[in-house]
Structures are given as structure tokens and as C-alpha cells.
Design a protein around this ligand. Structure first.
Ligand code: MIC
Ligand code: SF4
Length: 752
């Protein structure tokens, strides 16, 4: 077993007592999420009923996971902290940097060549600081974590927004920026706003083509991409029994798309079996001994609305297969509605490619069930219209699926098996298409579908569904094919139907793998040298950001006023830019390149206020920086939705942007901005957004009185000489204000 069993024994030895202590102190029964939260207070003497959604709490997570595209920046920051090893168990996973081009056999060696410098860096840092290292091809971070590290009742952070995947196995697992991870890695308290609690009551049982993915796709339609902000979704009800642990992980994974802090399922018999089948029997035993505290108290279950801030009820027997999209994961459409909705919205109706994979849906069960659909097409002689691409979740899953003939089922209908990695999900897809200008549809089992995300092409309409539906729609080649009711033609011209998918939850012959691709943390790190070449264009040592100069910010030019959705993909694009994730200066060239300029409706074309010329956002920012001028970004709602990438906060910081003034922020990004010493401010009155004009000089005053709950004043000097002034607010607490003053959280920690 890869997990440190001694650590686990000592954790469970005190877990139930901590929970009982918490109940006695707050004098009421607890939900499951609360139990886990209270059992992980940094300082147990600080136990009290915190105000949810308002008060910050210091926690002590059990582990940290990092993926290659964010680990570089996280570990560059950690290296500046002067520690000789990490304070809690941690792992690095090489999954984001691998191109999906012609298939795993050629793509993996190619990735090892092109990313050698970065992989060598991550491997040596891991060895030096006692971190587990999962090399390229080992699998996608969240699948590997679920299979090897997750444990009921535990708390972890991960430098990736889909870290909550581990909630399927009962963890409070939260996506964070690298600077937050560094807090945990250095043994400092990790601060989080006490989450609100959304109880999700699952009734009934899934059937036919409906899957766990469809449950979360439906919830996304109900709550939208902002509905989970600063909340934990806690699932309960009789419906849980029929959902496997990996299915629950799928549901928790996409809680990230709701903006949720995390999602969690209680420990149950399915979790017990999953632990045993993945070689962690001892943990199953320990969890069984603590089972009563690995779920909500009976009093809570008897009257949920008294304990959760909000309740959502889902009758699983009524859940229909969904297709969410395009361009946003909350555009929920039951498949039976697509025949009307597709043409009405002018969607391209031909499905050109179906992609199965991503951290959301690449388990053994996912592949087995999707393969049962592929097998039918082959056996029933149905012509397959689209191209199918598969990314298995981990080497253990791939190896076992290969042995069990599952990959063959896909290959027989022409599927391409890509590396066990993120691949197309993060824009690492070298799509082979005859025409990039054609509006086209793809269906994926992924979690995100922002414009340009998978293939960089703005003409691609990406829809999200279950792996099973993805395969069915790829076979049919149509977006509006409803496998439950529609028929297809076989090669003789007969109408045939696809039967509902089936597939083993666990491999009947057990999981197998030859080489997991794992290097355990080494005890012997004295001689490990971490090399960063000074002329590398992929890695760059970090210089601390400057401290606040004690003055208000006056006459800042507006860098950009963004219009509509501005996700972290818009702020710091992935795909081709992933290669610069360890080099702040180089990656800063992509600053806000996807954001839409509210004044001309175009991307990456803003007015440089110094010469009036229209240039790329980063070019304008650099021009201001060169003259020592600070600038400001103005944005709409949920700014920074999506990824945990702190580059989206560090790049503007690096290029002298001092303020992001938005209608609202996504949680991880707001924290990232604070950590990097930026000002993340919101309009008191959202309509003031409309007052900001292109040529404005903008001042921010009141910084000397910057305090928790204080308001600051923004003054717009318009070009015609008129002025507008309004108040803005913030959520900084004392510590976060100290980060701002010191220039960053890291500077502040170093000073201490
Ligand atoms: C994503 O899905 O957008 C990513 C790539 O996994 C990111 C992390 C990153 O930007 O490296 C995430 O979700 O946090
Ligand atoms: Fe990788 Fe996609 Fe999951 Fe992000 S969402 S971790 S890119 S598979």
C-alpha cells in the first residue's frame, strides 16, 4: 500500500473522539461534513460554532496533491520557504503536459522528451522534499488519489480545482492555489471560509441510460456555476446505496463546476468495498470501526432542513441522461429535449468526435460501461459515424481494462487510446480535422466545456455527458440521438436499438498493473540537487513581489473591462501555454487573452492608454509596468471561475495590475489573488460596472483605513472631465490585509 498506514492509524485513533468533543462543544448533532471539518481544526482549542459563509477557520489537512501544471509554481514557492521536507504527506502527478496526438504509444515518449526539463525538476524536488512522484503516464491526479490516497474522514488540499473528486470516498478534499498548498506543506494553518452546507437528498435509483454523471449535470442546471460558492454539498439518502464509489467521485468532481468548496458522501458499504478492491483493506477496517462518525448523525437525517442551509432533492429514478453545453457546464439539457433545443439554438447537430476520459469519468466502471455500448455497435453491425478517443484514468485502470478486453471493444469501433492523462480535457489535443472554420460539435465525458478549451477552436461546440452517452452519440454521429428511444441502421439497413449500458463496478479478476509509475518519497535526500537553469524558458526562480508602498492608488489606467464570462481559461489560457507554467515571465504573455473587451467585443485587443493604440492585453500591461504605472481590471460576475491555477493571479500581479474590481469572484481565484498581494474588490452596487469607460483614469482611496468590513472608494475620471465615484467592498480579514501590505502571503510568512 502506498498510503502511510501508521499515519492512518494515528488519525483514526483520535478521529471519533474529536468528533464527539465537537458535538459536546457546539451542543448539537453534526452533519458529516461538519464532523470532518471540526476534526481537522489547526488548533482544537479554537472549536466553536463558526458562522458559515462568513468566518475564516484555520485547518490542518492530512495531505496535499499537486499536478504538474500547478506543482511547478507551488514548489517554486515552497523552495523559498527554507524547509528541508514537507510537513504532511504529499504527491506530484504528471498528467497535464502530455499531448494527445496519435495515441499513447507515440505520445508518451514524445511528452517525456518535450517536458524533460519540467519532469526532471518535479522529480528532483519531490525527492528532495519527501514527496511521492507519479510520472507521466501514471494517471490523472484525481483518479490516482482516489485509488491510492483518499480515505474516509480525511481532509486534503490539491492544487487543482477537481480535488473534491476524493469526496466520493468521504474526504473533505478542496482545490486550492499553490500558495495555499505551501501553507499546508510548511505546517502552517490553512485558512478557509467556513462553508455553507447544501444537503443533497438522493432518492430512488438510477436506471437505463442514466448515470451518476447525469445527477450532477442535472444539479448544475438547478444551482448553476455560482450556486455552490463557499458551500459544501453533502449527499445523503437511500439513493446512495446504488451508486458506486467512483460514481460518487464523479458527482463530487463536478461540484467544482458549481463553484463549491467541495462535495462529500458518507462512508458506506460501497466505500468499504472500493477500499478493499483497491488494496486498502486495513483502511476499510479502520473506517468500519469509526463508521458512526463517518456519516451525519441520525438526528440530522431525521430533520435535514434544520441543519443544512439549503436542501436539494433529486429523485434518481427520474434522472434522464443529460448533455450540458455548449460553452458552460450548467447549460443542462435532458437528451430528449435536444431534438427541439439543438436546431432552435443553431447548434451543429453532427457529432464529429466523442471523448471519454478526464478526472471526472475515467474509472474502470466508466470504461466498462462505455465499452458495453461500443461492443453493441460492433456486434450489431452499426456503422460508427464519429471518431472516438479514450483517455484512461490511471495505468492501473488502463492495464486492467486492456487485460479484460475493454480497450479492444473501443478499438474495434476505431477508437484511439490516448495516454492516461488529461489530454484533450486541458487543450492538449492535437485535433486532426479537415476544416477548423466549420462550426462543429464534440461530446465529452469531461467536466468543462468553455469555448476553445479542448481544441483551441472557437467554432467547436463542446457538450458534456456520461461516458456511455458519449459513446452512443459518437456511434450515431448526432447530438439529438436519444439511445433510450431512437434506432440506428445496421449495415444491412435494418433498424436496431442500443441496449442500456452494463458493466462491472470492479474487475472480476481484480485490478492488476505492472508498473504504477510511482516513485515513493525517499528518505535519502541529502544529495538531491534541484536544478533550474538560469536561461531556461520553462522554469524561472521566483522573486518576491514588492510590498505595498503605503499609498492610495491614483489615476490607474483601465487595463481591460471584461464582458461576460471570464474564467481562468480566459485569464491564463491552458493548451499551448501549459509549457510556461513554471516561468512567470513567459506565461504572463497570455494575460487575459481570452477575455472579451467590453468596449469592442473582441479578445486580446485593448487600448493602450499611453499611445491610444490597440494591442494585446499583456502588451498594454507591460507598457504600463515599464513606466511604473499600476493598472486595474474591471469584470463581471464569477470572475476566475474554473481552475485553481494561481498563474491567473500571479500574471497580473507580475505585470503591475493592482486591483481586480468585479461583480463577484469564484472562491479559489479570490483567495489566489489575496495570496499574491492583489486587491480583489467587488462593486457594492453592481450597476456601477456600467460607469467604467474605456479611457478612464481610476483611483482607489481608503487603503490606509483598509480593515475587515471597511469600504473603499473608487473614483473614475472620465475623458470628458466628468467624474463618477462609488464604494467598493471586499472580504479581506486581518491576516489577508497583512498579506496585501507585505506584497504577498509568502512575503508575510517570510517576515514572521
Ligand atoms: C483544469 O481543469 O482547468 C485544470 C487544468 O486541471 C486546472 C488546473 C490548472 O490550471 O493547472 C484546475 O482545474 O484547477
Ligand atoms: Fe485534468 Fe481535465 Fe481533470 Fe483538469 S479537469 S484535472 S485538466 S482531466
Amino acid at each position: 500500500m502506498i498510503l502511510d498506514i501508521e499515519m492512518l492509524r494515528s488519525f483514526y485513533a483520535s478521529y471519533s473522539d474529536s468528533v464527539k468533543q465537537a458535538k459536546a462543544t457546539v451542543k448539537r448533532p453534526l452533519t458529516y461534513a461538519e464532523k470532518v471539518l471540526f476534526a481537522h481544526l489547526y488548533d482544537p482549542t479554537q472549536l466553536r460554532p463558526y458562522k458559515r459563509g462568513i468566518e475564516y477557520v484555520d485547518f490542518r489537512p492530512n495531505r496535499v496533491a499537486m499536478q504538474d501544471a500547478t506543482a511547478q509554481m507551488a514548489l517554486l514557492q515552497f523552495m523559498n520557504a527554507g524547509k528541508d521536507k514537507v510537513a504532511v504527506p504529499a504527491s506530484v502527478h504528471c498528467d497535464h503536459l502530455i499531448r494527445a496526438d496519435v495515441g499513447a504509444t507515440a505520445d508518451l515518449p514524445e511528452a517525456c522528451k518535450t517536458n524533460k526539463e519540467v519532469y526532471d525538476f518535479l522529480k528532483s524536488v519531490s525527492q528532495k522534499y519527501h514527496i511521492g512522484f507519479w510520472g507521466p503516464g501514471a494517471g490523472i491526479i484525481h483518479q490516482v488519489v482516489l485509488e491510492n490516497y483518499a480515505f474516509p474522514g480525511g481532509m486534503m488540499v490539491g492544487t487543482d480545482s477537481h480535488t473534491p473528486n476524493a469526496g466520493g470516498l468521504g474526504m473533505v478534499a478542496v482545490g486550492v492555489g499553490g500558495a495555499d498548498a505551501v501553507d499546508v506543506l510548511t505546517g502552517q494553518p490553512w485558512e478557509l471560509k467556513m462553508p455553507r452546507l447544501i444537503g443533497v437528498h438522493l432518492k430512488g435509483k438510477l436506471s437505463g441510460w442514466a448515470t451518476p454523471k447525469d445527477v450532477i449535470l442535472e444539479i448544475l442546471g438547478i444551482l448553476t456555476v455560482k450556486g455552490g460558492t463557499n458551500a459544501i454539498l453533502e449527499y445523503f439518502g437511500e439513493g446512495l446505496d446504488s451508486i458506486s464509489t467512483t460514481g460518487k467521485a464523479t458527482i463530487c468532481n463536478m461540484g467544482a463546476e458549481l463553484g463549491a468548496t467541495c462535495s462529500i458522501f458518507p462512508f458506506d458499504e460501497n466505500a468499504d468495498e472500493y477500499l478493499r478492491k483497491t488494496g486498502r483493506e486495513e483502511i476499510a477496517v479502520l473506517a468500519q470501526q469509526n463508521a458512526a462518525e463517518l456519516r451525519a448523525d441520525d438526528e440530522v437525517m431525521a430533520n435535514p432542513s434544520a441543519f443544512y442551509d439549503q436542501i436539494v432533492e433529486i429523485d434518481l429514478s427520474k434522472v434522464e441522461p443529460h448533455l450540458n453545453g455548449p460553452f458552460t457546464p450548467d447549460a443542462a439539457t435532458p437528451i430528449s429535449h435536444m431534438k427541439a433545443k439543438g436546431p432552435a439554438n443553431d447548434y451543429p447537430m453532427v457529432v464529429e468526435v466523442g471523448l471519454v476520459g478526464s478526472c471526472t469519468n475515467s474509472s474502470y466502471q466508466d470504461l466498462a460501461r462505455a465499452a458495453s455500448v461500443a461492443r453493441q455497435a460492433y456486434e450489431k453491425g452499426i456503422e460508427v459515424k464519429g471518431q472516438l478517443i479514450i483517455n484512461p484514468g490511471s495505468e492501473q485502470i488502463r492495464y486492467t481494462a486492456e487485460r479484460d478486453g475493454i480497450l479492444d471493444d473501443f478499438k474495434k469501433i476505431g477508437a484511439l487510446i490516448m495516454t492516461n492523462a488529461c489530454g484533450p480535457c486541458i487543450g492538449q489535443w492535437k485535433r486532426h480535422t479537415d476544416d477548423n472554420t466549420r462550426k462543429n460539435a464534440i461530446v465529452t465525458s469531461f467536466n468543462r466545456n468553455f469555448r476553445r478549451r479542448a481544441d483551441g477552436n472557437p467554432n467547436t461546440y463542446a457538450f458534456i455527458g456520461s461516458p456511455e452517452l458519449t459513446v452512443a452519440l459518437t456511434i450515431a454521429g448526432r447530438l439529438d440521438f436519444n439511445p433510450a428511444t431512437d434506432t440506428l441502421l445496421d449495415k444491412e439497413g435494418n433498424s436496431v436499438k442500443l441496449d442500456a449500458p452494463t458493466g462491472y463496478t470492479f474487475p472480476p479478476k481484480g485490478f492488476a498493473v505492472e508498473d504504477k509509475g510511482f516513485i515513493a518519497p525517499s528518505e535519502d535526500n541529502a544529495n538531491v540537487e534541484v536544478v533550474i537553469s538560469p536561461d531556461s524558458n520553462r522554469l524561472q526562480k521566483l522573486a518576491p513581489f514588492a510590498a505595498w508602498d503605503g499609498k492610495d492608488l491614483t489615476d490607474m489606467p483601465l487595463l481591460i473591462k471584461t464582458e461576460g464570462k471570464c474564467t481562468t481559461d480566459h485569464i491564463s489560457m491552458a493548451g499551448p501555454w501549459l509549457k510556461f507554467r513554471g516561468h512567470l515571465q513567459n506565461i504572463s504573455d497570455n494575460l487575459l487573452m481570452g477575455a472579451v473587451n467590453a468596449f469592442n467585443g473582441e479578445s486580446n485587443k485593448v487600448k493602450n492608454q499611453l499611445d491610444g493604440k490597440y494591442v494585446e492585453v499583456s502588451t498594454a500591461a507591460k507598457a504600463y509596468k515599464a513606466q511604473g504605472i499600476s493598472s486595474i481590471v474591471v469584470a463581471e460576475d464569477n470572475y476566475g471561475e474554473g481552475s485553481s491555477r494561481e498563474h491567473a493571479a500571479m500574471e497580473p500581479r507580475f505585470l503591475n495590475v493592482k486591483v481586480i474590481l468585479a461583480k463577484s469572484f469564484a472562491r479559489i481565484h479570490e483567495t489566489n489573488l489575496k495570496k499574491q498581494g492583489m486587491l480583489a474588490l467587488t462593486f457594492c452596487n453592481k450597476d456601477d460596472y456600467n460607469k467604467v469607460q474605456e479611457d478612464d483614469r481610476i483611483s482607489l482611496t481608503g487603503l490606509k483605513e483598509f480593515a475587515p468590513g471597511s469600504k473603499l472608494t473608487v473614483t473614475l475620471k472620465h475623458q470628458d472631465g466628468s467624474e463618477d465615484s462609488f464604494q467598493v467592498e471586499h472580504t479581506y480579514n486581518d491576516t489577508q490585509i497583512a498579506w496585501f501590505k507585505a506584497g504577498s502571503a509568502l512575503n508575510f510568512a517570510a517576515k514572521k
